[in-house]
Design a binder for this molecule. Sequence first.
Ligand code: ADP
Length: 410
Amino acid sequence: MSPQGAGTSAEQSDAQADGKSKFEKRKKKIEGRMALVDHVLVVLSGKGGVGKSTVAVNLAGELARQGKKVGLLDADMHGPSTPHMLDLEGTPVAADGEVMQPVGHPSGLEVMSIGFLLRQKDDAVVWRGPMKMNLLGQFLADVEWGELDYLVVDLPPGTGDEPLSICQLIPELTGGIIVTTPQEVALSDVRKCVNFCRDIELPVLGVVENMSGYVCPHCGERSDIFGAGGGKDMADQMDVPFLGQMPMDPRLVEACDAGHMFVEEYPESEASAALNGAVDTITRSAKSDNQSTKRRVMMRIAIPVANGELASHFGHCEEFRFFDVSGDEGSIEDTDAQSPPPHRPGVLPEWLKENETDVVIAGGMGRRAQQLFSEAGIDVVVGATESEPRSLVQSYLEDSLETGENLCSH
Ligand code: ADP
């Protein structure tokens, strides 16, 4: 290979390493945000138009009505309908640097949707896959949801790459809610959805059968236009819970179009009763799923020190100070200081990994060691110029850490 070619491939591998470290950083951020959320529910359907978003919005609304603190993430990139359904179209998103605030709804819901970021409400979203995933990663990493009892995620329709990538981006999902209509053709999609959930080990909280019959608003007679009961039969066959049947109700369309919350406006309706039943089942299974232990450490940062200050060469430090960073505000707990095992090549990445370290901030570190840390899934920051360990961590969290030359060149 020519020197030119070698340079290009080195640049490529640097770019890949850079991309990987950005990805890891984002993943850590998402873990931190989600650590403050007790239960993450995803709403999915085999195809579009079955009422997935309607169910997601109204489930979230019903949970909020019951006094829960609820976030709603509209992750449907093709048809972000949540702003319209909640009469929030055109609401500007408050942002401070990278951090975006969810948009508040009078019901108490905190909402984020790609729809808020489109210039025109009819803008088509024709981004290619990586761009979409990038934006969704950003939603999850940069939206300051704060502490939530529930985050309801309205997934894109289908069981393809997009819903899959989103589910993989979110750590510790509580469960999936599958929305279907009663026709045979939609029901075969339920099977796909259940298998999708099983493949990614996501518990199925249940199936909602939407547009299940039509009750005439004048005479009250029920007609099963698309058939009825298929969703229940399919749920039984697939051995997953059935959450209820929502009939077609013209008031649902009106409420959605007017941006009103249907469950709030028509709490006595059959559709609201079905949604209530679904919420009861979901909250019961969420309770038994002891997720409250999720409020856990967000990230652990290790700093090599000598004489109480950042050691200029991490391989020759006296000890490592560990800092646990938790919560949305990034509160720092100075956990402990430990002496590393006797020096031998490769021992520190192994030892720090055993100590659950996510990030090492160092003055200097050789390239080989950096590579070993990267292989161990630990981010490394080199060339830090501050010397006081705690303020180093603070600067790192505020993204204001100054780095100079890597003090080690081997
Ligand atoms: P999806 O998210 O699956 O694409 P939507 O939730 O956007 O579907 O619903 C599609 C349309 O069907 C919307 O206009 C919505 O108001 C309407 N709709 C959904 N469920 C019902 C229902 N039970 N009765 C009447 N209209 C409904």
